[in-house]
Every structure is written in C-alpha cells, then in structure tokens.
Design a protein around this ligand. Structure first.
Ligand SMILES: *[C@@H]1O[C@H](CO)[C@@H](O)[C@H](O)[C@H]1NC(C)=O
Ligand SMILES: *[C@@H]1O[C@H](CO)[C@@H](O)[C@H](O)[C@H]1NC(C)=O
Ligand SMILES: *[C@@H]1O[C@H](CO)[C@@H](O)[C@H](O)[C@H]1NC(C)=O
Ligand SMILES: *[C@@H]1O[C@H](CO)[C@@H](O)[C@H](O)[C@H]1NC(C)=O
Length: 455
C-alpha cells in the first residue's frame, strides 16, 4: 500500500476524487473540442486574398459533376513511384509493414514502379494482385548505391553530426529520404525506355497507406488534368514544368530573410510523402534537388531530410510549384463551414502561427493525407466521405459525450506556392536563387541490368 500513500484513505474521499477527475476530463475535453462556438470573424470577412477571379477558384473549390472518374474517359496515364529499403534500425514489426503494403499495393490500381532490395522483391510482389501493373526494380541492393548518393557515406557520416536529432537517425535513413527525387525521375526514364509513356509521375511513400480506403484509380487522371490546367493558369508556369507538393504549415515570419546560403529549411512545411508532376517537371526537380543537396553538403550544412530541401526549393522556385494546404486559414471552403479555431490552450497560442485545425474542412480523417482526397475522383471522394462519417459516428466507450465532427469533408482549392508565401511574407517577397541547374545529369547506373520484374 506504500505507493498509494498520496491517495485518500476513505472510500468516500476516493469516490470524490474519482468523480472530480472524471468531471475535469469531461469539461477539459469538451472545451478542447468546442472552444469558441461562433463564427471566427476574421475568416468570415476575409476574401480570397489571392485575388483570383471566382471562376478559377471554383473549379477546385467545389464539387464538379463532370466526366470526372467515369470509366473509359481517362486519357492521361499516371505512374506512382515508391521504395522500400528496410533499415536495420527499424523497430516497426513486420506485420505492420505487411498491412501498409497491402493497403497500398493491394488496392491502388494505378501503375506502380517500386524500388527495393533483391531479398524483398518477392515479398513486395506478393501484395500486388494479378492484373494490376507493378515494376519491381532491384538494381540497387543498398541505398548508397543510388547514383546521387554514391560515395557519400563519409560525407553523410560527417553531416550526421549536424543533425538536431542525431541519436535517432542513421545515415541510411537520410539516404532513404534523399533518394526519392532520383527514384521518381529514374522510374519515368526506365519506363520510357520500355515504351511506356506517362503524363504524370508522383512519388508516394510506400508505407503511407496505414488504413483501408476507397482509393483505386488514384490519383484521378481527369482530376490531374483539371488541376494542371488551373495550376498553370494561376502560376503562369507551363503545365509541363508545374510541380505539385502538398503543404502543412508555413515557416515562421522571420524566414522572410532566408536566403539559399543558409541551407535547408527545417519546418513542417512541404510534405515529402507525396509530390510530382509531368515527366519534365520531375526531372527538373531531381536535377535541382541534387544540385542544392550537393552544394549544401559540401559546405557542411545539414541535408539529412528531403522535406527540408523541398521547403528550401519551394522558397527558391515558388512559381514552379502548386500546392494543397489543408490548414490554409483563408480557404473559402473553410470559411463556408464557419469553423472556429479549437486550440487546446488558446492563451499560449503564438498569434503568428498558422494554427492547425483538426476539422477545418470537416471530417477528413487524417489531415496530413488530405492530398489523397484532393486528388481522387468524385466517386472515390464520396466513398471516403461516407467512410469517415460512419467512423466518426461509431459509439465510443470513452469520450461518447464529446461532440464529433460529422460534416462531410470539403474539397478546397489548389494554391500557387508563390501566392501562399507572399501572403505570409508580403507582396515584396520574391524568390531568388544563384546556383546553375544543369540541363541534364548523367547518372551512372550499376552495370548489370538484372533489376526489373514486371507484372
Ligand atoms: C546496421 O547497418 C549499419 C551499416 O549498414 C551497420 O554499421 C550497423 O552495425 C548495423 N546495425 C545493426 C544493429 O545491425
Ligand atoms: C498495364 O499496363 C499496360 C501497358 O503496359 C496497359 O495496357 C494496361 O491497361 C495496364 N493495366 C492496368 C490495370 O492499368
Ligand atoms: C487564366 O484564366 C483567365 C480566365 O480564363 C484568363 O483571363 C487569364 O489570362 C489566364 N491566365 C494565364 C496566366 O493563363
Ligand atoms: C540476377 O539476379 C538473380 C537473382 O536475383 C541471380 O540469380 C542472377 O545470378 C543474377 N544475374 C546476373 C547476370 O547478375
């Protein structure tokens, strides 16, 4: 009993304590969910501060009942590119990997190009059903064989000393992250060499589909065509050069002063789990990514996270990038829902921070992966809405008294990265960059062409 000395000794006092704690929990969680129940005035009156005509925002801001998703009208082709290089430091049980691979390879019907080590090839292949295309590329039997990272073990070992979270990360984990842009463009080229041409290619983290879902013809090619037309109009960039990278939050206001010599931007700004565009754009991305990666690495600046480098590229080349930003405080779709910020501890909130609002756009389940919903066809979006609402309505043994969000997930607009950044850093903010990006990079692949198995 010694350890419980701080607890009251009589039954009545214990019951009173338990009751008080329960009451505090109920009040606390209700306040958390409900903070401020009326409309947030700034949002209400704030126009679409990008100043675009309604017609351009409405194509991406409301549901369309166009040909979207109707079988047989898809004319463009999409390639999804992923990799799986098992790190010996990974603590994730194999059954979790298996479930995630199943939820991706077993359901998404889009052509997939998959890099892995020879020992994992059969395992990966076993998750892909008959009749769905997959190319498994085992050219690289370890991650430092990937051409842009070749001979960089020593440089990465030195670079690791600059990592703020050093003990957690191995140099292999950096290499896995920084191999994505190469894999993406290389998969497009390898497919072209076999006569398979794609209109769009996207990197998709192989382990990003944790739960069951309804995404099948994903991303929807007609949706992509529509977004690239809109994106090109909004950015003034040729569709062939336009990239799509989802955003989460914008870096701090002080980043107004950032310049390329400072190196990558460490913030949850761009999401590295998914990005891409037409073949020309993803090739430019790889050349640019490794030009900056190498320059910063040479100067001893930490480059161990693809996301940090993407953040910097978004600052340097904003006009070439379009994005979807779930947390966008000025999104018309969000204002239409009359949502209020529900910050657990409003007093401690940084007024400058672009707060993260769990249900800013309704019941969209995991907000980080909102881009999936955004890129899906209408039928699949409807299916996901129904799934998420059913999930939100399920009886809970704990927390049943709390309000739950059963507003259908809203579709928001596509944003030009440039306008998003200028909104935060001012109209006077303009990107500038000084490194020369080579027109081509001759990456030397390993000699043996013993690497691809196609389904
Ligand atoms: C993991 O791999 C690295 C290099 O590939 C090696 O140095 C290290 O000892 C390995 N760790 C374990 C726990 O096997
Ligand atoms: C698989 O790829 C071939 C071309 O290589 C294509 O004709 C076929 O439609 C693709 N299958 C699926 C399910 O997309
Ligand atoms: C975008 O579309 C509008 C309306 O269709 C048009 O007036 C404008 O010139 C377009 N802008 C660009 C850069 O293509
Ligand atoms: C190709 O790979 C297979 C199995 O991974 C191996 O048995 C074979 O010897 C390899 N061939 C060459 C030419 O490297």
């Amino acid at each position: 009993m010694g350890t419980f000395r701080l607890l009251p000794t009589t039954t009545r006092a214990r019951l009173a304590l338990a009751g008080t704690i329960t009451l505090m929990y109920i009040i606390g969680s209700t306040v958390y969910m409900r903070y401020g129940s009326s409309a947030f005035p700034v949002l209400e009156t704030r126009p679409d501060d990008l100043g675009h005509p309604e017609t351009t925002t409405s194509t991406t801001g409301t549901e369309q009942s166009s040909s979207d998703g109707v079988a047989g009208v898809e004319t463009s082709r999409v390639l999804l590119v992923s990799s799986f290089f098992l790190l010996n430091t990974s603590k994730i049980p194999q059954k979790d990997y298996d479930m995630w691979l199943h939820n991706y390879l077993g359901t998404v019907e889009t052509d997939i190009y998959f890099y892995t080590t020879p020992d994992q090839a059969d395992r990966v292949k076993s998750f892909r059903p008959e009749g769905m295309n997959i190319t498994i590329d085992t050219t690289f039997s370890s991650i430092f064989e990937v051409p842009p990272l070749k001979d960089k073990v020593d440089a990465y070992t030195l670079n690791r000393k600059k990592d703020r979270a050093k003990p957690k990360h191995s140099i292999e984990s950096y290499a896995v992250l920084n191999s994505k842009p190469f894999f993406l463009t290389n998969a497009v080229k390898a497919s072209e060499a076999k006569g398979l041409k794609y209109n769009y290619a996207f990197w998709n983290d192989a382990m990003s589909f944790h739960h069951e879902h309804e995404f099948r013809q994903w991303p929807s090619t007609s949706r992509l065509d529509e977004l690239w037309t809109t994106g090109s109009n909004l950015t003034g960039t040729d569709p062939a050069d336009l990239l799509f990278i989802p955003s989460w939050d914008l870096p701090h206001k002080s980043m107004y002063l950032w310049y390329e010599g400072e190196g990558p931007i460490d913030h949850k700004f761009n999401e590295g789990s998914f990005f891409g565009g037409p073949p020309h754009a993803v090739d430019w991305l790889a050349r640019t990514f490794y030009t900056y990666h190498d320059a910063w690495l040479d100067r001893g600046i930490f480059v161990g996270k693809d996301q940090m480098i993407f953040n910097a590229l978004s600052f340097l080349f904003a006009p070439r990038i379009s994005t979807v930003w779930y947390n966008d405080p000025a999104a018309p779709a969000r204002a239409a829902l009359n949502r209020t910020p529900s910050v657990p501890w409003p007093l401690f909130r940084d007024p400058d921070a672009d707060w993260y609002e769990p249900s800013a756009l309704g019941q969209c389940d995991s907000e980080w992966f909102y881009y999936r919903f955004f890129l899906a066809n209408q039928r699949e979006r409807e299916a996901m809405r129904a799934t998420w609402i059913a999930k939100a309505k399920r009886w809970r043994w704990w927390g049943w008294w709390r309000p739950r969000d059963t507003t259908p997930c809203e579709l928001t607009r596509l944003l030009p990265m440039m306008d998003t950044l200028q909104r935060k850093y001012g109209q006077g903010w303009h990107p500038s960059h000084s490194l020369q990006i080579p027109d081509t990079i001759q990456w030397t692949l390993p000699d043996s062409n013993n690497g691809t198995h196609t389904n």
